[in-house]
Design a protein around this ligand. Structure first.
Ligand code: GLV
Ligand code: MN
Ligand code: MN
Ligand code: MN
Length: 405
């Protein structure tokens, strides 16, 4: 039955297909993500799990243990939202594997001594409202709920409005220390987002650490004008300044060993071929094991952008959207996981996860499933059926050990 996760993923393979970009576009609280949430609830319900949606829109599906209350629980799960044009594994693999692992545990006749809960976290990618892992940041009290209510998507819809449309009460968004205190540990299974396992020839790994990462919004204002009638010397062109941000980020990230700097989203306003732009918004994603190195790169890129902006007669504002320090996952939990998965290598990752946020509050670990392309956040992301099955077995082994103590 451990092939069950492949079947579960097939059930959702038609949801949120992006015919323009390829892959899947499933932003939080959009029609496709809501369809995935409904699918998860239905699958959990079929398994007799008890559903509970909290004020932050996190869906919790409880497998209660006989004669126990909902405390000291083992949590697993992941997210259902995607980046624009992403794969079908980043997020849903962790949800499908959790459901399949419950089936495996029941087939094994495991009698849990404590509750198991599967969680589906909203807005892990931050692709609609800009801040990744928003559900877990809210849960853990790491972000001001009012700031979150006021976040707006590209269409001007606020988080509060989107949450209300999704059937939530935006007044209930915020820290939930009681719910968090009910969790003894969290284990997230995720497709690997690099080639580590492929290179090692192994199907499943444990996570060691997540490197520090942050996002910065750069707003550049210039003066819109006519592309033909305006002499080159008379321009205040924010696109020229944006080009310097992109160039400087590449240059500064290149000279710091193993740093990552990306501009993956640029909005030019008004955006006409024959129009000198009035403004540009762009977003920088910067990552490195050493938090100070991330800060240094951002400072250097900001300074370079400021110099070009001054020369061009433009103004810039750089605002930090989110910052996540380096996370070392719980060593004792990893030892425990290694005891049941002795062959699994331990890999660090440059990708962020809700597990990284929760690691600040409770013992947390991760399992990675081999990705033969090594690619992620693209339709090329992949996982072989036999590796998905190996991931489910590994997750079931870990959960069995934790549930039966
Ligand atoms: C989320 O997938 C991230 O690491 O950006
Ligand atoms: Mn993910
Ligand atoms: Mn992702
Ligand atoms: Mn992620």
């Amino acid at each position: 039955m451990s092939g069950g996760a492949v079947e579960l993923l097939e059930q959702i393979a038609h949801i949120g297909v992006d015919t323009e970009r390829g892959g899947y576009t499933r932003p939080v609280f959009s029609a496709p993500e809501l369809a995935l949430r409904a699918w998860f609830i239905e699958q959990a319900d079929r398994r007799g799990l008890d559903i509970d949606v909290d004020g932050n829109g996190i869906i919790w599906a409880w497998w209660d243990a006989p004669d126990t209350r909902r405390v000291d629980a083992i949590a697993t799960g992941s997210h259902l939202d995607s980046v624009p044009g992403g794969g079908n594994f980043d997020g849903p693999l962790g949800i499908a594997s959790a459901l399949a692992a419950v089936d495996v545990l029941r087939e094994r006749g495991v009698r849990p001594a404590r509750p198991l809960v599967i969680a589906a976290f909203p807005e892990e990618e931050g692709s609609r409202f800009g801040i990744a892992c928003l559900g877990t940041r809210l849960l853990a009290g790491l972000i001001d709920p009012q700031r979150v209510r006021e976040l707006r998507d590209d269409g001007g819809v606020s988080f509060a409005e989107a949450a209300r449309d999704a059937g939530l009460d935006p007044a209930l968004i915020g820290p939930d220390p009681v719910r968090l205190a009910a969790l003894a540990a969290f284990v997230e299974l995720h497709v690997e987002q690099g080639r580590g396992l492929e290179d090692l020839g192994q199907p499943v790994a444990l996570a060691g650490a997540i490197i520090a990462h942050g996002r910065w919004h750069v707003r550049i204002e210039g003066r819109g004008d006519h592309a033909g009638a305006t002499r080159m010397a008379d321009r205040q062109d924010p696109v020229v300044v944006a080009a310097e941000t992109v160039r400087a980020l590449r240059a500064h990230a290149l000279v710091v060993d193993d740093a990552r700097g990306t501009v993956g989203r640029i909005k030019v306003t008004p955006g006409g071929t024959n129009v000198i732009a009035a403004s540009v918004d762009l977003w920088m994603d910067v990552r490195h094991r050493d938090e100070a190195a991330v800060r240094r790169i951002v400072d250097e890129v900001t300074a370079a952008t400021e110099r070009t902006a001054t020369a061009e007669g433009c103004t810039i504002v750089v605002a930090e959207q989110s910052f996540s320090p380096t996370v070392a996952f719980d060593a004792a939990l990893r030892e425990r996981m290694l005891a049941v998965l002795p062959d699994a290598p331990v890999l660090d990752t440059g990708a962020g996860h809700d597990a990284g946020v929760l690691a600040g509050a409770i013992p947390t670990g991760m399992l990675f499933v081999r990705n033969p392309t090594g690619a992620s956040h693209t339709p090329a992301e992949a996982a072989r059926p036999e590796d998905v099955a190996a991931g489910v077995t590994a997750l079931a082994d870990v959960l069995e050990s934790l549930l039966t103590r």
